[in-house]
Design a protein around this ligand. Structure first.
Ligand code: NCD
Ligand code: ZN
Ligand code: ZN
Length: 345
């Protein structure tokens, strides 16, 4: 049995770092696990301009632990009104992508896009400049069943978007369904997807087992077992179209354990250990490095990292809670025992 696993230093291609004291609380965990992360722009107010992204990047860099070279890769929040000439400024500023939140689909998406047709000129500029579009791929139509919102998004929006912008790089973020997997597999080299630990580890039964489990509530919501299995097959297949994105989305415990509890799982604390659990269970530990360290960088056209991280086969308990500014945070698998542990640097 393999006792240690050494990987090229990985990256997180979908991360919510928040801001202020909350950011200061969660940033060290990501900086320990990853060399770089694509930082989501759904702050309040959202990060919609290159100037705001530069300022946010400086706040993140300033909050890094001493000696850390963790590099935040910035994104802009696409709105109905993002001017096409913001794209050139974004590229100049080192922004790596724009994020599409259909209005009303998820946490802090009220400023999101109400109609993709309004963003045409901006998407054309992105296609020209080679800036990828990252997609929260769910319709927010209240008439569509919650569990079908990803599949309906593909038919209503993704297929037409792909047809209208054949040269645009698209990342279908946090995919959760067999339909999502099949779409990405068939969509050509400019379409890829991130996969979260929670959607690889759990199906929707887990939300309701032993009482309601608010810490497993995220968007898109967990799906049935057939979908989880399709995600595991895709992530462990070695296909360069699938890569690591934790969607780590910290919300204070009191806002999760609450009527109208917030959506998002805090997965960054032991992200690599969680993915290692999935790949180990699938007998595919040899595919973890591609998924975690190569496919994302290759898709974005960024250099692969130098240096390595090492995971050791060792039983350890994930802390039940961790501090989060004035509040606390419950990590995914908090209080549980894991079989893999990231070796301290
Ligand atoms: C994310 C958040 O809290 O920012 N929540 C979530 O459930 N995934 C938003 C998102 O990625 O959709
Ligand atoms: Zn999302
Ligand atoms: Zn997210």
């Amino acid at each position: 049995m393999v006792a240690t696993l050494t990987l090229t230093r990985p990256d997180d291609w979908h991360l919510h770092l928040r801001d202020g004291a909350a950011m200061a609380a969660v940033l060290p965990a990501s900086a320990r696990q990853f060399a770089r992360a694509v930082v989501m722009p759904n702050l309040r107010p959202p990060v919609t301009t290159a100037a705001q992204a530069i300022a946010y990047r400086e706040r993140i860099r300033a909050a890094r632990p001493a000696g850390s070279s963790f590099e935040p890769l910035m994104t802009l929040y696409l709105t109905d009104d993002t001017p096409p000439d913001e794209i050139g400024r974004a590229r100049q500023a080192g922004v790596v992508a724009l994020k599409l939140y259909p209005a009303g689909a998820t946490t802090n998406s009220d400023a999101g896009v109400t109609d993709l047709r309004k963003t045409r000129a901006t998407l054309e500029a992105m296609q020209r400049e080679g800036l990828p579009l990252l997609v929260h791929g769910e319709v927010s139509d209240p008439d569509v069943d919650l569990f079908d919102r990803e599949a309906v998004f593909i038919d209503r929006h993704l297929i037409p978007l792909r047809r209208d912008f054949p040269g645009l790089k698209i990342v279908f973020e946090h995919i959760t369904t067999r339909e999502g997997v099949q779409y990405v597999q068939g969509a050509g080299a400019l379409t890829a997807a991130t996969v979260t630990p929670q959607h690889l580890l759990y199906n929707r039964n887990a939300l309701f087992t032993g009482g309601l489990q608010p810490h497993l509530y995220c968007l898109p919501v967990l799906k049935a077992e057939v979908h989880r299995q399709a995600l595991v097959v895709a992530a462990t297949s070695g296909s360069p179209k699938f890569f690591l994105g934790t969607d780590s989305a910290p919300h204070a415990v009191h806002l999760k354990e609450h009527a109208g509890g917030h959506a998002g799982c805090y997965t960054a604390l032991c992200a690599l250990e969680l993915y290692a659990r999935v790949f180990d269970a699938a007998g595919a530990l040899d595919q973890l490095e591609g998924f975690a360290s190569f496919h994302g960088a290759d898709f974005y056209g960024l250099p692969r990292n130098r240096g390595t991280v090492t995971l050791r086969r060792e039983r350890w308990s994930v802390p039940e809670t961790v501090p989060f500014g004035e509040a606390t945070l419950k990590p995914l698998c908090g209080g549980e025992t894991l079989d893999w542990r990231l070796v301290a640097d």
